[in-house]
Design a protein around this ligand. Structure first.
Ligand code: FAD
Length: 408
C-alpha cells in the first residue's frame, strides 16, 4: 500500500485532482502542518486554456496561500472593466480599477494566464515537504471507513488518509457517488479562446481593459495577460443543439464570421486572432446544499461549477482551499470540520452561481432586453458594478476566511 509517511500520528489528507482547486487545497493544508497526497489523473500538472480573471477576493486567498508575491510579479492589471454592446460597438458601461478600488477592496483586479497560476501553485506545493504530488493517478474508488478513507487508483495503487478532498472538477465522480449522477447543465454556449503576443495585435485593437462585448446570444472578450506581454481574446456563441456531454464542436473561421456577422466592424477585426484549435462547452450546476459526507468533502468545480460571467469559478476554489484548511486546523474531528467548511461556503458559492447566471443573461440579451440593458447601464454611476459585487470582492483588510463566511 503506497501510504505516505504520517505526520504527528495522523494519516495524510488525500486530495483528488491537481487543478487550481486541488493544488491550492494541498498548499493551504500544508501551511497548517497537514501532510497531503494529491492524486491527479493527467500525466502533468498543467492547465489548458487561456486567461483567467482574478478579482480582489482571489488575492486574499493568494495571501493566505503564501503565493501573493509570485502572482503579483506576473499578473497584468486592467485600468477599467468595460461592457460594450456588440452590434453598435459602443461601450455602454465602464468602471475604473483605480486607487479608490484598491482602497475599497484591498487589491487590484488582476489578469493571469491560467497556466502561470497553476505553475505558481504547483511550484509552491513542490517546495513543501508535506505535499506529495502523484500524476497518472486516476482515482476509481474510495471508501470512508469511519476512522480513515481508502482511495484506489486505476493502476492498482491504494492510498489511506484521514480524509479525502475531491477537487475532481465539473464531472466529479466523487460528487456523483455521494450526491447523485445528474449531469451539469448548459445553455449551449461554446467558447473559443487563446492568447497572442501583444505585438501581433494592432494597437487600434488593444486596450488595457477587461472588455466584454455582449451581443444577442454571443459575446467577445479581450484583456492583457502576463505583465501585458500577451493578449487574451475569446468569443462565445450559443448553439442550441448542444446538450450535456456533447463533444465541443469544431469552430471554423467561416462559422465564427457567420455568427459574428452583425458585430460592429472593430469587433469583427478581432476574430482572426482567436485561437480555434479547441473549443469548450460552458456548464454550471444548480447549487448543491451539501458538499460533504463523513470524511469526504467536495471542493471547487466538483462542488459548485459556475458560469464564467463574473469570473469566480477558480476564485471560489481558492477560497474553498483556504477555508477547508482553516476548518481542519487543530482538530481530529474531520466530519465536524467538513460540516463547518460546508456551512461557511455553501451560501456564498450558491449566490455566486446564481449571480453569474444572471450576468450571462445580461451580456447575451436579445431584442428589447438588449435595449433595456443598454439604457439602464448607460445611466449607472461608474462605481455601481463594484457596489453590486462588493460582497464578492470583499472589503479591504478582510481575510478570505472571514469574508468567505459571509453571504452579503
Ligand atoms: C472559458 C472559461 C473561463 C473561465 N474564466 C474564469 C475566470 O476568469 N476566473 C475564475 O475565477 N474562473 C474562471 N473559470 C472557471 C475556472 O476555470 C474553474 O472554476 C476552475 O478551473 C476549477 O478548478 P478545479 O480545480 O475545481 O477543477 P479543474 O480545473 O477541472 O480540475 C480538476 C482536476 O481533477 C482531475 N481529475 C478529475 N477526475 C479525476 C480522478 N478520478 N482522479 C484523479 N484526478 C482527477 C482533472 O484531471 C483535473 O486536473 C473559467 C472557466 C472557463 C471554462
Amino acid at each position: 500500500m503506497a501510504t505516505a509517511p504520517r505526520t504527528r500520528g495522523t494519516r495524510p489528507i488525500i486530495v483528488v485532482g491537481g487543478g487550481i482547486g486541488g493544488t491550492a487545497a494541498a498548499l493551504a493544508l500544508s501551511r497548517r502542518g497537514r501532510r497531503v497526497v494529491v492524486l491527479e489523473q493527467a500525466e502533468d500538472l498543467t492547465e489548458v486554456g487561456a486567461g483567467i480573471q482574478m478579482p480582489p477576493n482571489a488575492f486574499k486567498a493568494f495571501a493566505a496561500l503564501g503565493v501573493l508575491d509570485a502572482v503579483q510579479r506576473i499578473a497584468a492589471y486592467p485600468e477599467r472593466l468595460v461592457l460594450g454592446d456588440m452590434p453598435s460597438g459602443r461601450a455602454v458601461y465602464q468602471t475604473p480599477i483605480d486607487d479608490a478600488f484598491v482602497n475599497r477592496f484591498g487589491f487590484r483586479y488582476a489578469l493571469m494566464h491560467r497556466g502561470d497560476l497553476l505553475q505558481i501553485l504547483v511550484d509552491a506545493a513542490r517546495a513543501s515537504e508535506l505535499i506529495t504530488l502523484e500524476t497518472k493517478a486516476r482515482v476509481v474508488s474510495f471508501a470512508d471507513h469511519g476512522d480513515r478513507v481508502a482511495v484506489a487508483t486505476e493502476d492498482g495503487r491504494d492510498f489511506e488518509g484521514d480524509a479525502m478532498i475531491a477537487a475532481d472538477g465539473l464531472w466529479s465522480r466523487t460528487r456523483a457517488t455521494l450526491f447523485g449522477d445528474e449531469p451539469p447543465r448548459t445553455d449551449g454556449y461554446v467558447v473559443c479562446r487563446g492568447v497572442v503576443p501583444v505585438d501581433r495585435v494592432p494597437p487600434s485593437l488593444y486596450s488595457q481593459t477587461v472588455t466584454m462585448w455582449g451581443g444577442p446570444e454571443l459575446d467577445l472578450f479581450h484583456y492583457p495577460l502576463r505583465r501585458g506581454e500577451i493578449y487574451n481574446i475569446g468569443a462565445s456563441f450559443r448553439d442550441a443543439s448542444l446538450v450535456p456531454g456533447s463533444e465541443p464542436p469544431a469552430v471554423t473561421r467561416e462559422l465564427l464570421a457567420q455568427r459574428f456577422a452583425k458585430a460592429a466592424p472593430q469587433i469583427r477585426e478581432l476574430l482572426p486572432y482567436i485561437d480555434l484549435t479547441r473549443s469548450w462547452v460552458l456548464y454550471d450546476r444548480p447549487p448543491l446544499p451539501h458538499w460533504c459526507a463523513g470524511r469526504v468533502a467536495l471542493l471547487g468545480d466538483a462542488a459548485h461549477p459556475t458560469t464564467i460571467y463574473i469570473s469566480q469559478g477558480a476564485c471560489m476554489a481558492l477560497e474553498d482551499a483556504v477555508v477547508i484548511a482553516h476548518c481542519l486546523d487543530g482538530t481530529n474531528d474531520i466530519a465536524a470540520a467538513f460540516r463547518n467548511y460546508e456551512k461557511r461556503r455553501v451560501l456564498r458559492a450558491a449566490r455566486i452561481q446564481l449571480t453569474s447566471h444572471q450576468f450571462g443573461e445580461i451580456y447575451h440579451a436579445v431584442g428589447v432586453n438588449r435595449e433595456l440593458r443598454n439604457h439602464l447601464l448607460a445611466g449607472l454611476r461608474p462605481e455601481a458594478l463594484c457596489d453590486t459585487l462588493a460582497w464578492v470582492f470583499g472589503p479591504a483588510g478582510a481575510d478570505c476566511v472571514t469574508t468567505a463566511a459571509t453571504v452579503a
